[in-house]
Design a binder for this molecule. Structure first.
Ligand code: RUB
Length: 307
C-alpha cells in the first residue's frame, strides 16, 4: 500500500487501534524508502519528511503514530548516501514493528497475572493490547467471562465480542450507558490506550473516563494495557493532547436542521482512577509515566519535537 493510501486508511479508520496505526505508519515509511529511485540524499530526506507529516496528520490523538515515525526516522541524519538511507529506514521500521508485536504479547503475559480465576472482566472499544491480556488469562486456564461495551458510534465492541467469542471466552455485550449499572458484577476493568500523558492521564476511546469513574466509585481496579510507545514525550513539554472530533454523520443523520451534534471520539481519564498500567517493561503505576518517557523513550525524543 502506498503511503498516501495508508494515511487515508488511517483517517477513514480502515486501519484503526493505536498499535496497528503505529505499525502501519512504520511500514508505509519503509515502503516509501524502498521505492525511492532518485539519487539525491536531500530530495530523499525531504520525501521522507513529507511522508512523516502526511501520516502524523491522518489522526491526531494517538501518540503511537508520532512515536512510530520518530523511531523509524530517528537515524536518517546518519545516512551517507541514498543506499544507506534506504537500509537505515527499512531496518528501523522492521525493529519498531517487531518490538511492537512482541510488546503486545509481553503485555498479555504481565497483565494476565492480574486476572484471577473466576473474574468477570469489563473491556471497552477494541484494544489488541487489552484483548491480549484477556485471552492470555483464559489460555492460562482461568475461568473468566467478559462484558464488552458496544463503543458508539463506531461499534468497535462488535469486533471485540467476535474476537473473544472466536477464542471461546464467554462474552456479553452492553451499551455504553449500562457501564455503571453492570459495574457491581465486575472484578476488573481492562482497557487499551491511545496516549498516556506525563502526569499519568490516559487518553482512550470516548467513554473510558466514565468506566474509570464508575470503577473507582465501586472500588473495582482499572488496568490499562499500553506499549511504551503509547507514552507521550510531547506531554512532557506541556502539549495538550488533541481530542479528535469526527464527522457527525457517524452519530446520527437526518435530524432537524437546528440540532447540533458533536462527535468527540476520545476522552481523558485521570491517573487517580487507574490502578496500574501493564507495559512490556513491567506493570507500573500511572504516576511512573514520567520515568517511562525519560528512560524508555529517551530525552533525545523530546528535543526532536522542536522545529
Ligand atoms: C481504538 C481505541 C483503543 C486504543 C488501543 O480507537 O481507543 O482502545 O487505540 O488499541 P479507534 P490497541 O477505534 O478510534 O482507533 O491496544 O489495539 O493499540
Amino acid at each position: 500500500m502506498k503511503l498516501d493510501e495508508t494515511a487515508e486508511s488511517i483517517r477513514t479508520m480502515n486501519i484503526r487501534g493505536a498499535g496497528l496505526i503505529a505499525r502501519s505508519a512504520a511500514e508505509a515509511l519503509k515502503e516509501l524508502a524502498e521505492e525511492y529511485n532518485g539519487e539525491s540524499l536531500i530530495e530523499f530526506t525531504e520525501l521522507l519528511n513529507k511522508g512523516r507529516d502526511t501520516l502524523v496528520n491522518s489522526r491526531p490523538t494517538a501518540v503511537s503514530l508520532w512515536n512510530a515515525v520518530q523511531a523509524t526516522l530517528k537515524n536518517v541524519k546518519n545516512a551517507e548516501d541514498v543506499t544507506s538511507l534506504k537500509e537505515i529506514v527499512s531496518r528501523d521500521a522492521d525493529i519498531f514493528i517487531s518490538n511492537s508485536k512482541k510488546a503486545v504479547e509481553t503485555i498479555g503475559r504481565i497483565g494476565a497475572n492480574r486476572i484471577k480465576d473466576g473474574d468477570v472482566v469489563l473491556t471497552h472499544c477494541n484494544s489488541k493490547a487489552a484483548l491480549s491480556v484477556i485471552k492470555t488469562a483464559y489460555e492460562q486456564g482461568k475461568n473468566i467471562s467478559v462484558y464488552a461495551t458496544e463503543s458508539r458510534p463506531w461499534k468497535q465492541g462488535l469486533l471485540t465480542v467476535k474476537d473473544l467469542s472466536d477464542a471461546g471466552i464467554p462474552v456479553t455485550m452492553i451499551v455504553d450507558s449500562a457501564v455503571r449499572w453492570i459495574m457491581k458484577e465486575i472484578d476488573i476493568a481492562v482497557v487499551g490506550a491511545d496516549t498516556i500523558c506525563s502526569n499519568g492521564a490516559l487518553i482512550n476511546k470516548i467513554g473510558t473516563s466514565q468506566i474509570g469513574l464508575a470503577a473507582h466509585e465501586a472500588r473495582v481496579p482499572m488496568m490499562v494495557c499500553a506499549e511504551s510507545y503509547k507514552f507521550s514525550p510531547k506531554t512532557m513539554e506541556g502539549e495538550i493532547v488533541e481530542i479528535e472530533e469526527r464527522d457527525t454523520s457517524e452519530v446520527a443523520e437526518n435530524l432537524p436542521p437546528n440540532v447540533r451534534i458533536r462527535n468527540p471520539v476520545f476522552d481523558s481519564t485521570p491517573a487517580e482512577y487507574i490502578d496500574c498500567i501493564a507495559t512490556e517493561i513491567g506493570l507500573i503505576s500511572p504516576y511512573a509515566a514520567y520515568e517511562v518517557i525519560v528512560n524508555k523513550l529517551g530525552h533525545e525524543c523530546l528535543f526532536e519535537t522542536e522545529g
